[in-house]
Design a protein. Structure first.
Length: 177
C-alpha cells in the first residue's frame, strides 16, 4: 500500500466514474507519458490556489484532455490559458494520477490511450494574465478564483463526486503548496 493511501483512503480507494464508464484508482507512481490522456494542475499563484467554475456549475482545477501530438507541457499551457487565463512560470511537479481502466470498447477520442489511461495531476507556479479564452469547443469557465489551499480544497469539495479537493489536500501534505 502506498504511504499516502493511509492518510487519504478515500482518494486512493478504487472507484467508478459512471459518466466515462471508467474504473479508477489513484496512484502517486508516474506512468509512461504516452498513457496520460488528461491533466489537471494545482496552480500556485501569489493569491492562492486556482479553482474554476464553468457554466454548468462544475468546480475544478484547470486542465483537460490531450490533443493529438501534444506533449504534457503543451497540454498544460493550452488548458491554463483556456480555463484560467494563466501562464505557466515554473516547472511541472508530479503529484499523482487516476489510473482509468475503460469499460467502453473504444477510446473517447481516437488518439487517446485505451483501454488504460491516466488522468494526471501536477503542481506548478502560474500567473493569471487575462480572462479565460473559453474556446467554443471547450468548457465555458465563468469564474476563476484564487483561494488559500484549505479554502480551495473545501470549494472543490462542493463538486458532487469530485476528487480535486482531496488532490489539493494531498499536495498540501506533500508540502508542494
Amino acid at each position: 500500500m502506498q504511504p499516502w493511501a493511509e492518510q487519504f483512503p478515500d482518494l486512493f480507494a478504487p472507484g467508478y466514474w459512471q459518466w466515462g464508464e471508467l474504473d479508477v484508482r489513484y496512484t502517486v507512481e508516474q506512468p509512461p507519458d504516452k498513457l496520460i490522456s488528461n491533466v489537471h494542475v494545482v496552480c500556485r499563484t501569489a493569491g492562492g490556489i486556482v479553482a474554476c467554475t464553468n457554466d454548468l456549475g462544475w468546480r475544478f482545477l484547470p486542465g483537460g484532455t490531450r490533443e493529438p501530438g501534444e506533449t504534457v507541457e503543451q497540454l498544460v499551457e493550452r488548458e491554463l490559458l483556456e480555463e484560467a487565463g494563466a501562464r505557466l512560470i515554473g516547472p511541472l511537479t508530479w503529484l499523482g494520477a487516476h489510473r482509468a481502466d475503460h469499460r467502453r470498447p473504444a477510446p473517447y477520442r481516437p488518439h487517446l490511450p485505451h483501454p488504460v489511461s491516466y488522468w494526471a495531476y501536477y503542481v506548478a507556479d502560474v500567473v493569471i494574465e487575462q480572462p479565460p479564452t473559453n474556446p467554443a469547443d471547450g468548457e465555458q469557465v465563468t469564474e476563476v478564483l484564487r483561494l488559500p489551499p484549505d479554502e480551495a480544497a473545501d470549494y472543490l469539495d462542493g463538486q458532487p463526486g469530485g476528487v480535486m479537493g482531496p488532490v489539493v489536500r494531498l499536495a498540501q501534505a506533500m508540502q508542494l503548496i
